[in-house]
Design a protein around this ligand. Structure first.
Ligand SMILES: Nc1nc(=O)c2c([nH]1)NC[C@@H]1CN(c3ccc(C(=O)N[C@@H](CCC(=O)O)C(=O)O)cc3)C=[N+]21
Length: 297
């Protein structure tokens, strides 16, 4: 029998894993409510009316409420000034009901996203984008870890077990929000880490030696079947909107149908994406615990 398609067991069900994580977060929230009389609060700030952003923010809001947390949605006009946005962040930074702050990206071009992110209280930075959290992650101190890499690590450990020591991990992409923190996390797990990017000269060859392959580029079908070592675990972080047969669809960065020899692979949709939101709520819980010094698990 030829392996003409990916066997079901090799497809990582990120949606199911995220649902389980959300259930565990909800249980913890209920227990913390008993112990402290309060629940974690997440503030989400959306500037302007980008339709995709509005969908994501709506989904974050629903899941926050479903987990038993407070959700504070701040929808600001597209022409909001830097000073107005910074003033809102300043208020949320000191609001005791707010344990996590997320400013939905991308921001309108007249706003300085970096200044906004660096203005967030690092203890409330549930995206993990503040330089303080990036520095903490890269020096192995307790940090709020960016949601997508955190979700990827959970999926990896679910497949490969807790011990990733000595495995060769190749990360394609060097963004501050996925590639770099993913590489740092894998390094903390004692993987041998290679980061490839658009200027890398031998990306396919590097990938062929990867036990773990994380692809976060944003180019549909970039990774071909013959880049993947048999048995490798492949995490596809790409979210690309494309037209297929006149219909708008979302596809990843990996040519999924060519990956039949992978040991395991995340589909798009239904793979890494749902983990990102579940980890946002897990991070909000972590932030709450650290702010309250609650050490019940
Ligand atoms: N401050 C900030 N933090 C973010 O974490 C952040 C952001 N800004 N801006 C936009 C990106 C994008 N993002 C996604 C989250 C979940 C899915 C997700 O759940 N996707 C599903 C459904 C995809 C669909 O059908 O639209 C899936 O892949 O199965 C996708 C993308 C978080 N982002």
């Amino acid at each position: 029998m030829g392996m003409d398609r990916i066997t079901d067991g090799a497809i990582i069900d990120g949606k199911k894993f995220a649902a389980g994580l959300l259930e565990n977060v909800a249980k913890d929230v209920a227990r913390l409510k008993e112990a402290t009389g309060t629940v974690p609060g997440l503030a989400v700030v959306l500037v302007g009316a980008d339709p995709a952003s509005a969908v994501y923010v709506g989904s974050k809001h629903r899941q926050t409420v479903a987990a038993g947390m407070n959700s504070f949605k701040h929808e600001l006009a597209a022409d909001t000034t830097q000073d107005e946005l910074m003033a809102l962040i300043d208020r949320l930074n000191v609001d005791p009901a707010v344990h996590g702050i997320l400013v939905q990206l991308p921001l309108p071009v007249h706003l300085d996203a970096n200044a906004v992110i660096q203005g967030i209280n690092p203890d409330k930075d549930v995206d993990g984008f503040h330089i303080s959290n990036a520095g903490r992650l890269s020096t192995s101190q307790p940090a709020l870890v960016p949601c997508t890499p955190l979700g990827c690590l959970m999926l990896l450990k679910d497949r490969l077990g807790e011990n990733l020591s000595g495995l060769h991990a190749v990360v394609i992409g060097k963004s501050n929000i996925v590639g770099k923190p993913m590489a740092q996390l894998l390094l903390s797990e004692n993987c041998t880490v290679t980061v490839a990017h658009s200027r890398t000269r031998n990306t396919p060859e590097l990938c062929r030696t990867a036990d773990i392959l994380v692809v976060a580029v944003g180019r549909p079908g970039l990774v071909r079947g013959d880049w993947i070592k048999p048995g490798a675990v492949v995490l596809d972080v790409g979210i690309n909107r494309v037209e297929i047969d006149g219909k708008s669809r979302i596809v990843g960065d990996v040519a999924f149908e060519e990956a039949r020899h992978a040991g395991a692979i995340t589909p798009v949709p239904g793979g890494v994406g749902p983990m990102t939101i579940a980890c946002l709520l897990a991070n909000t819980l972590t932030a709450f615990r650290r702010q309250h010094s609650v050490h019940i698990d």
